[in-house]
Design a protein around this ligand. Sequence first.
Ligand SMILES: *Cc1c(COP(=O)(O)O)cnc(C)c1O
Length: 422
Amino acid sequence: MTSSEKLFAQAKELIPGGVNSPVRACLSVGADPLFIESASGSHIKTVDGTELLDFIMSWGPMLLGYAQPDVNKAACDAAAKGSSFGAPCALEVEMARAVVDAVPSMDMVRMVSSGTEATMSALRLARGYTGRSKVVKFVGNYHGHSDSFLASAGSGLATLSIPGTPGVPEETVKHTLLAPYNDLAAVRELFAKHGDEIAAVIVEPCAGNMGLVLPAEGFLEGLRAVTTEYGALLIFDEVITGFRVAFGGAGSRFGIEPDLTTLGKIIGGGYPVGAYGGKREVMDHIAPVGPVYQAGTLSGNPVAMAAGLKTLELLSKADYAGLEKRTAQLVDELRAIFAEKSIPVCINTIASIFTLFFSEQPVTNFASSQQADCERYSSFYRQMRAAGINLAPSGFECSFTSFAHTEEDYDKFLSAVRKVQF
Ligand SMILES: *Cc1c(COP(=O)(O)O)cnc(C)c1O
């Protein structure tokens, strides 16, 4: 038995499924999870001493690579001065300034401790601001695990084929209206029927939780137009795309100003941070200025703020165009390898994100993502892992490159792919 297997056996006795977040269990790819001892740059090291080249990057946060020395130092320096105050500190102001300066649609921002809290709070604010109850979400989009959003969500629910979840009252999800991703006509139909009851449309501007699915031409513009027309808010859930598809996120990349934006993952630099923000007029409805309550004991935590702030500072000087170009090249090389092997694939990519679907058709929404061959992905995943490459343990998640990945890493990845047996 390996140390990972031993730990997993113990974990299963103590933690449901042996994991603190479902996809980590690797169930859908027929493998046991690897327990990680440490990580640095583009590599992780397991408790058995095996080094793997990684393309999960903690599901997105580690855009600068694992254990980035300057980020580590910032966090350690902050911790030495006290790890939590429950009172305001200067770092929160600096962090708010950095986020507001980077994201064009944000006048103000509130820090929370996870992406789930960010989207949950943004929805409450949208409801409080508009005095309406309903929210439009897209099938296969994932906005964390708060009740309202657990209707036809992506991520672990897609991986484990859980359509919704027990524990969420029907009365709650009845306010969640669903439309297929990239289907503007369906959204317009919902507004024609329920226009004066819809508080907000929430969308992943590039969907990342059914694998990567890009917005069709005019889709995001259309959402901006229809929400404005009916007096509903447009919420961009940029927990993955924020500081990833561009420094200013998808809103800045596509030139669209949502009313509210949610952030997470990258802004914490590996620590638990989320944020939501937007127009001053809307944000002024949050307590203590306004009546919409939202709070958090560890919100604006100084260690997390220091790590996040240093991460943003380094990213503001990073070569996003170069990383995007290199990732696009990698995807081209992948397509060529699979063409040679006569294995049908659809590889969606933007910036430093890509998803490889074993699919004969383009993947443009949840239904088409589900056509992908999961068994082939599982076999691919296991062979790649055996070759020392760590990919997402599900065909419905994103793979991420980072500023820490090197030419040698990309070569190693491609030569491992060439050796996979189908
Ligand atoms: C990961 C994710 C969330 C949830 O963030 P947590 O920090 O896991 O709570 C919300 N929205 C999107 C788009 C995500 O990818």
